[in-house]
Structure formats: structure tokens, C-alpha cells
Design a protein around this ligand. Structure first.
Ligand code: GDP
Length: 297
């Protein structure tokens, strides 16, 4: 699992404080240094780590207000709270359109897990909310992408709208939305094209799709295994499209993963879900507080 290394290092950092009736300034400084290194080693964004350490230090130097906790527990509680804060504090849900359909535009780099995640989310809404989603195949650059979405649609029993690869994606989206309205689908997922890197042509196309679709949500699918690139990708997509949120995939992988956890702090956009595997039900709602507890071990 991601974050195992981080958990071990944080626990080591706290070990020196345990059993102490009072924590000296030197103890605190040593612990903060270890926490800082642990976060940097886990690939958390440098400036995010700096802010984090500053905040924890300020709180730790403040009045002892946490009754019933010994000094070590107090520091752990402060770190827990600040980690939660860094990842977004509250759990964020999808925005729901006041009238159907809620239109969810999914964007991301190629291989991030976008198409898989479209299936996972549609499947979740179908099972939990009895939703009737429609999936629109708007990635016309890779014929395999349309096939893959069709396969996923079959697997979860959700219809897929496609017009092959010779039609302008903007037109496909318009036609797909028309069909969704006729069929009273309550959710529409637009599976857009990805590239290996952010480029202007891709962003322009996505902006054009955004303009005609007027989506309720624009969710960026990011591969948590890509380190600092995950953060740069999120910044790039957010600048061009003003995302509503992020989905982190591949958290089941054996990665440091910390970079991805800086996304909220860097872009201001919340993580809504995490992908924990390749299967259709490997999608979890992201709870910053639970993730902080998991990281602290
Ligand atoms: P797209 O190019 O962004 O549409 O990416 P795909 O949906 O085709 O996914 C790329 C690969 O990542 C596929 O092999 C997926 O099965 C895999 N994948 C997607 N999400 C996850 C995840 O959360 N965990 C793991 N382990 N694999 C994932």
C-alpha cells in the first residue's frame, strides 16, 4: 500500500516523545525535523511541507489546551489535524445539477485511469443511487479507447454513446447530450481524450467541450504513482479548465504517493475519490481525516 514508508517514519519521529512528561524545545525541534524529512521522502510538495511544519510548530508552541492528552499525544493530534487540513479537511461530494442530467466531464493524461474511473463512478451511482448514467466516448484519437469504454459499459450494464473516431469530439458530446435528454439519463459522463503530456491542442479541445457541455463537475483523474508530475498535471488542468475536483488512482500501488496528497494544498481543488485497484468496485470516497489517520498508522 502507498504511504507505508511515511507511516513508519512518522511513528519513528514520535517515538522519542513517548513517555515524556514534558517536551523540551530541543525534543520538539528534533521531532519536527524528522516529520519534515518523512514528508519530503514521501514526495509531498516542498512548499506544502514547509507550511505544514510551520503550522504544526506554531500550534505545538501554543498553550496546552488539549485536556487529557499527554505531550506526545498532543503533538500527534496536532499533526493529525494539520494533515487532514492539508488534504482538504472535509469530505467533498459530486455536485448534483438542480435538474437532470448532472454532467460529469472526466479529464486526465493518458494511462491515468480515466476510462476505468468513468466506469467505477457510473457503477457506484447506479448501485447506490439507482442512477441511469450515459457514458459518452469522446476520445477519438485512440480507437481502443472507445472499445474499452464499450466493454466497461457492458460490464456494468450502462449504455455508451459513441460516433466512432471520425467525428469531432465536440459534436459527439453535443449529440450524446441530446440522446441523454431524450432518454432521461440522470448522469452523463464524458470520457475525454488524454495525452502523454499536457499540450495546447488537448487543452483547447477540452475547453471547447466544456463550453458546449457546461458540465456540472470537471474531474481530473490523476495517477498517484507519478510523483510531482501529479501535482504539475493538476495545476495545468486546473489553470485551463477550473476543475471541480480530483480523483487519485492507483493508491493500491507500492508508491510514495505523497505528491498527490499535496494537490489540494497546491491547487485548492479537493480529492473526491481514490482508486484502489482495477476492478469496477475499487473506488473509495476520499475522507481527509481517515487518510490522515491511516498515514499516522
Ligand atoms: P486512461 O488512459 O486514463 O483512460 O486509463 P485507463 O482507464 O485505460 O487505465 C490505465 C490502466 O490503469 C489500466 O490498466 C487500468 O486497469 C489501470 N488502473 C486504473 N485505475 C487503477 C487503480 O486505481 N489501481 C490500479 N492498480 N490500476 C488502475
Amino acid at each position: 500500500m502507498a504511504f507505508e514508508g511515511l507511516t513508519n517514519k512518522l511513528q519513528n519521529a514520535f517515538r522519542n516523545l513517548r513517555g515524556k512528561g514534558k517536551i523540551s524545545e530541543a525534543d520538539l525541534r528534533a521531532t519536527m525535523r524528522e516529520i519534515r524529512l518523512a514528508l519530503l521522502d514521501a514526495d509531498v510538495n516542498f512548499s506544502v511541507v514547509r507550511d505544514f511544519v510551520k503550522k504544526v510548530q506554531a500550534k505545538a508552541n501554543g498553550e496546552n489546551v488539549l485536556e487529557g492528552l499527554n505531550p506526545a499525544q498532543q503533538i500527534i493530534k496536532i499533526v493529525d489535524d494539520e494533515l487532514t487540513q492539508m488534504m482538504g479537511e472535509e469530505t467533498t461530494s459530486l455536485i448534483k445539477a438542480p435538474k437532470i442530467p448532472t454532467i460529469i466531464m472526466m479529464v486526465g493524461l493518458q494511462g491515468a485511469g480515466k476510462t476505468t474511473t468513468v466506469g467505477k463512478l457510473a457503477n457506484r451511482l447506479k448501485n447506490d443511487d439507482n442512477a441511469r448514467p450515459l457514458l459518452i466516448a469522446a476520445d477519438v484519437y485512440r480507437p481502443a479507447a472507445i472499445e474499452q469504454l464499450q466493454q466497461i459499459g457492458n460490464q456494468i450494464n450502462v449504455p455508451v454513446f459513441d460516433e466512432g473516431t471520425n467525428v469531432d469530439p465536440v459534436k459527439i458530446v453535443e449529440d450524446g447530450l441530446k440522446q441523454a435528454k431524450e432518454n432521461h439519463n440522470d448522469y452523463v459522463f464524458i470520457d475525454t481524450a488524454g495525452r502523454l503530456q499536457i499540450d495546447e491542442k488537448l487543452m483547447k479541445e477540452l475547453q471547447n467541450i466544456k463550453e458546449v457541455a457546461n458540465p456540472t463537475d470537471i474531474l481530473l483523474v490523476v495517477d498517484a504513482m507519478t510523483g510531482q508530475n501529479a501535482v504539475n498535471t493538476a495545476e495545468g488542468f486546473n489553470d485551463a479548465l477550473d476543475l471541480t475536483g480530483v480523483i487519485l488512482t492507483k493508491l493500491d500501488g507500492d508508491t510514495r504517493g505523497g505528491a498527490a496528497l499535496s494537490i489540494k494544498a497546491v491547487t485548492g481543488k479537493p480529492i473526491l475519490y481514490t482508486g484502489q485497484g482495477e476492478k469496477m468496485n475499487d473506488l473509495d470516497v476520499f475522507h481527509p481525516d481517515r487518510m490522515a489517520s491511516r498515514i499516522l498508522g
